[in-house]
Design a protein around this ligand. Structure first.
Ligand code: PLP
Length: 378
């Protein structure tokens, strides 16, 4: 029988370490971007209350109306972008929103520009659709896109560009004028912007700017409850874009997940409408951890990136080992899991990514062991 999907779809280099780490008890886990906080209590209560009061049904594929309206209100409050409820499609997490954005903007044989370093999970979805990723480098230490570099990676098959600010793994928040320039550039080349904004509320300095501020007609913005409200396992996000694009993608969602769990949508509503102090507390904790990590690693003589958002830090490893070898040996010999830079493309080879979403205790211990391990390797 014929199997249509390629068997060699890209696998994530972060998962590779994660799979090993979970088989090694006692490992200090700094490899994944998973907040160590529980979801806010009132959000959990809203989930239970919704389920107990009969909200256990299929909903409209695009999401329940109060949630779509609350998302539109959040869009204005947080992102400064005026959107109506019919520009919102509720999704089971950010990843499905990205997948729909790829599907809507490019077909088999088309190309999408992908940041390097960038989040590797973009690639599986694209490959399954036959879309070719074309990597555009973001140069250290600032990791800001360069328009000439972007232009050099264009071809007649380019359909879209992924913009990820605050970025994973760089932690970089692009200045508004950079985003505006990318928008003008994309518009002049007739490209969609797929704006991955899942870290939009984890910002330490500066303010993230959505491309939709300048080009709502050609921007598909992906958001998530995963990081902002520590709800990674609950799977709730949303995609925002022009009404006709959202209508078209809603048909796809209809034939894939049908609708997001109803009690979960009420939980999302409570998250958006309830107190936001936990969001601020988590952000403050990530900022403290960033400072702690930079101080600890520079104490060991290791260069680090300078993230101003998200919850990741890149640390330069001593020469002589690839980042994957370093991560594997660090795991085996020191019991610390980090993500190798090579998991994020070519540009981050020579670096490892440390997640600041792990507890402060784990971070301190893990960084000390990483420092000692590097000193021996040097
Ligand atoms: C850059 C980036 N985009 C999107 C996501 C998707 O998150 P989720 O599907 O949990 O909303 C992640 C998760 O780690 C991420 O780091």
């Amino acid at each position: 029988m014929h199997w249509a999907l390629p068997h060699n779809l890209p696998a994530s280099g972060i998962r590779d370490i994660l799979n090993r780490a979970i088989r090694q008890p006692g490992t200090i886990r700094l490899e994944t971007g998973e907040p160590n906080f529980p979801p806010p209590a009132h959000v959990l209560e809203a989930y239970v209350a919704a389920s107990k009061t009969g909200h256990n049904r299929y909903t409209a594929t695009e999401g329940i109306e109060p949630l779509r309206q609350a998302i539109a209100a959040k869009s204005l409050r947080v992102n400064g972008v005026e959107r109506s409820a019919n520009q919102v499609l509720v999704t089971p997490g950010g990843i499905p929103g990205l997948f729909l954005a790829f599907m809507g903007t490019a077909g088999a044989g088309d190309e999408i520009l992908v940041p390097d370093p960038g989040w590797p999970d973009y690639l599986g979805g694209m490959a399954s659709l036959g879309i070719r990723p074309v990597f555009y480098p973001l140069a250290a230490p600032d990791y800001i896109p360069d328009l000439d570099v972007l232009t050099a990676h264009l071809s007649p098959r380019t359909r879209a560009v992924i913009v990820n600010s605050p970025g994973n793994p760089t932690g970089r928040v692009f200045p508004a004028e950079t985003v505006q320039h990318i928008v003008e550039w994309a518009r002049s080349h007739d490209l969609w912007i797929i704006s991955d904004e899942v870290y939009d509320q984890i910002v330490f300095e500066g303010a993230p700017a959505s491309p939709a501020l300048w080009a709502p007609e050609c921007t598909l913005s992906v958001y998530s409850f995963s990081k902002t409200y520590a709800m990674t396992g609950w799977r709730l996000g949303y995609l925002c874009g022009p009404v006709d694009a959202m209508e078209s993608l809603t048909r796809v969602a209809m034939g894939t997940w049908s609708s997001v769990a109803e009690p979960l949508q009420y939980a999302g509503l409570a998250a958006l409408q309830g107190p936001q102090d936990m969001v601020d507390e988590m952000r403050a904790a990530y900022e403290r951890r960033r400072d702690l990590a930079r101080d600890t690693l520079s104490g060991w003589g290791l260069e680090t990136s300078r993230p101003n958002g998200a919850f990741y830090l890149l640390a330069r490893i001593p020469e002589g080992l690839t980042s994957r070898q370093f991560a594997l040996e660090l795991l085996q010999e020191a019991g610390v899991a980090v993500a190798p830079g090579s998991a994020f493309g070519q540009e981050a080879e020579g670096w490892v990514r440390i997640s600041l979403a792990s507890s402060e205790g784990d971070l301190k211990e893990g960084l000390t062991r990483l420092g000692q391990f590097s000193a021996v390797r040097h």
